[in-house]
Design a protein around this ligand. Structure first.
Ligand SMILES: CC(C)(COP(=O)(O)OP(=O)(O)OC[C@H]1O[C@@H](n2cnc3c(N)ncnc32)[C@H](O)[C@@H]1OP(=O)(O)O)[C@@H](O)C(=O)NCCC(=O)NCCS
Length: 328
């Protein structure tokens, strides 16, 4: 008899170095007031030069393993969602497998930008439900500071570094479980949010190296509109699939990109703001790590109680979107 998939433990890690809005105002033409009013972000964490995405991921994973009482050698699956892999190949997950000593685990990365952690959750859930693995580790890890154009005030104020992780396994009777998931992609909108260079379409060359092509570019207003619509629809999809109503949701954990986007989603879902988890003032947008870090903080701060329902909903480059309804 299967009871679905449970989240057995969570973990997160952010680098020590804090960069405030005032710090940024010394390198680009911006102010703390502009950034806080337009985004809600007050500061972000920036990884050390010798700290890579796999290092951040490993620290988050160790905490999730500890909380879930899982030994690394018992893991059978590691999925890392990242747009800032340590190397283009092998996968960041391969480095993390070795760092943890999780030698039995099949390990691979996925690229679904800010929606990646929830994509990973869906893939791992399906693999566990299908019976091919038992203990799975999913991680969102990003060192966005290495793909940020630090001379562009319209983007550099938005992003930060960090990692979050969760251990998934088959639910025992009476345990919480993942009730429904939704993932989607619209490849017609690749130009509104992307890293144009550094890949096979536009490799970095001695001629273009000074053009900052391997950094994040964005049409802020268009992304804003798409984010609100897609996240509203995806959250509603999982609420419906789980046979819930907005009143049944104790906590919404949205992607942490912009407080105005979060407020708009809460409004459209008819969920009061005190049931929406926000930590972007501390970390900015950490892409695939954002929801994972928020899930861990909400868990460790006791914001989700056993038996309560939560909805996670994310949006990112691709365009990608994803949501999950979870009974805790
Ligand atoms: C990026 C974002 C905060 C910009 O806010 P906005 O209200 O759309 O602001 P605009 O882009 O219209 O810019 C307004 C003005 O502020 C200026 N500006 C932009 N960044 C600035 C900064 N950091 N400091 C000061 N001024 C800034 C612009 O140059 C523009 O000036 P102008 O009117 O003289 O041309 C907002 O569009 C947004 O959050 N979009 C979604 C981003 C996102 O979530 N991305 C990730 C999705 S996963």
């Amino acid at each position: 008899m299967t009871h679905g998939v449970t989240i057995a433990g969570t973990g997160s890690y952010v680098p020590e170095k804090i960069v405030t809005n005032d710090d940024l105002s010394k390198i680009v033409d911006t102010t703390d007031e502009w950034i806080v009013t337009r985004t809600g972000i007050k500061e972000r964490r920036i990884a050390a030069e010798n700290e890579s995405s796999s290092d951040l991921a490993t620290q988050a994973a160790l905490k999730a393993l500890e909380q879930s009482n899982t030994k690394a050698e018992d893991l059978e699956l590691i999925i890392i969602a990242t747009i800032t892999p340590d190397t283009l190949t092998p996968s960041t997950a391969a480095y993390v497998q070795t760092n943890l000593g999780a030698h039995k685990a099949v390990a691979f990365d996925i690229s679904a930008a800010c929606a990646g952690f929830v994509y990973a959750m869906k893939i791992a859930t399906n693999m566990i439900n299908g019976g091919s693995v038992k203990n799975a580790l999913i991680i969102g890890a990003e060192k966005l500071s290495c793909v940020t154009n630090w001379t562009d005030r319209t983007t550099c104020v938005l992003f930060g570094d960090g990692a979050g992780a969760a251990v998934l396994r088959p639910a025992e009777e009476g345990e919480g479980r993942i009730l429904a998931t939704d993932i989607g992609t619209d490849g017609t909108q690749t130009k509104i949010l992307n890293i144009p260079g550094g890949g096979s379409a536009c490799p970095t060359t001695p001629e273009n190296i000074h053009e900052n092509l391997a950094t994040l570019t964005m049409s802020g207003k268009e992304v804003f509109k798409q984010a609100v619509t897609r996240m509203r629809d995806s959250a509603n999809t999982v609420i419906e699939r789980a046979n819930l109503t907005p009143e049944d949701i104790s906590l919404v954990i949205p992607h942490q990109a912009n407080l105005r986007i979060i407020d708009a989603i809460a409004d459209r879902l008819a969920v009061p703001n005190d049931r929406v988890f926000v930590n972007l003032h501390k970390y900015g947008n950490t892409s695939a790590a954002a929801i994972a870090i928020a899930l861990d903080e909400a868990n460790r701060e006791g914001k989700i109680k056993k038996g309560e329902n939560l909805v996670m909903v994310a949006f990112g480059a691709g365009l990608t979107w994803a949501a999950a309804a979870i009974e805790w």
